[in-house]
Design a protein around this ligand. Structure first.
Ligand code: GRF
Length: 214
């Protein structure tokens, strides 16, 4: 399975995906890392790992759809099977999302459907919730919407600042994104309407219900 990762800046989730896929036997390969931002720090990491990088700068396009079409053209040329959004800070048009339906993943730092959008860590703390977490999901045209593939729960501690909480959630993000990719590459994820069902592995019997224990 050929994977493209789309980033806009730091790219720590991209790094986790690249590191996982470069381990022997992983059933997917990252063929390109694409950024809308030429200054994205993550681009250098990808280059150092021998992965092709590409910048398609949204500022070069007057219309969102033209920017999205340029991405589609590039990814089609690279014969990409699956797109992983990893801190990609551009909203994608419905045309793009529908073109790649069930072939785009996103990671979001909350337990969706709670806390969609921005400033999620502040909002989670202010809500008084005891737990938040992170979610890998298929992308639909609505922001932070789509069938959930894997989640990890993270407790909200009494004295947490948004940065404290973000740092603890990020540790889990780096576990569940490679896990979700592996499940998909192993063809164990099936979308039934708004719900994903995950089948057990063929041979080793490993449970996928609690990613934090893996
Ligand atoms: C992560 O928290 C991710 O969940 C969110 O944006 C952040 C990107 O961080 N979508 P990084 O660029 O992967 O380090």
């Amino acid at each position: 399975m050929k994977v493209a990762i789309l980033i806009s800046s730091r790219g720590s989730n991209m790094q986790a995906l690249v590191n996982a896929t470069q381990k022997e036997g992983f059933p997917a390969e990252v063929v390109t890392v694409l950024s809308n931002n030429p200054e994205a720090a993550g681009l250098q990491f990808a280059k150092d790992k021998g992965i092709e990088t590409k910048v398609i700068n949204h500022r070069d396009f007057d219309e969102r759809e033209d920017f999205d079409d340029a991405i589609t053209e590039y990814l089609t040329d690279k014969k990409v099977d699956l797109i992983c959004l990893a801190g990609f800070m551009r909203l994608l048009s419905a045309k793009f999302v529908n073109r790649w339906r069930d072939r785009i993943l996103n990671i979001h730092p909350s337990l969706l459907p709670a806390f969609k959008g921005l400033h999620v860590h502040e909002r989670a703390i202010e809500s008084g919730a005891r737990f938040t977490g992170c979610t890998v999901h298929y992308v639909r045209p609505e922001m932070d919407d789509g069938p959930i593939i894997v989640q990890a729960a993270v407790p909200i501690l009494q004295d947490d600042t948004p940065d404290d909480l973000a740092a603890r959630i990020l540790v889990q993000e780096h576990k569940i994104y490679p896990l979700a990719l592996k499940l998909i590459a192993e063809k164990r994820v099936k979308v039934h309407g708004s719900v994903c069902k995950i089948s057990e592995p063929d041979e080793d019997g490993t449970s996928i219900t609690n990613p934090q224990t893996r």
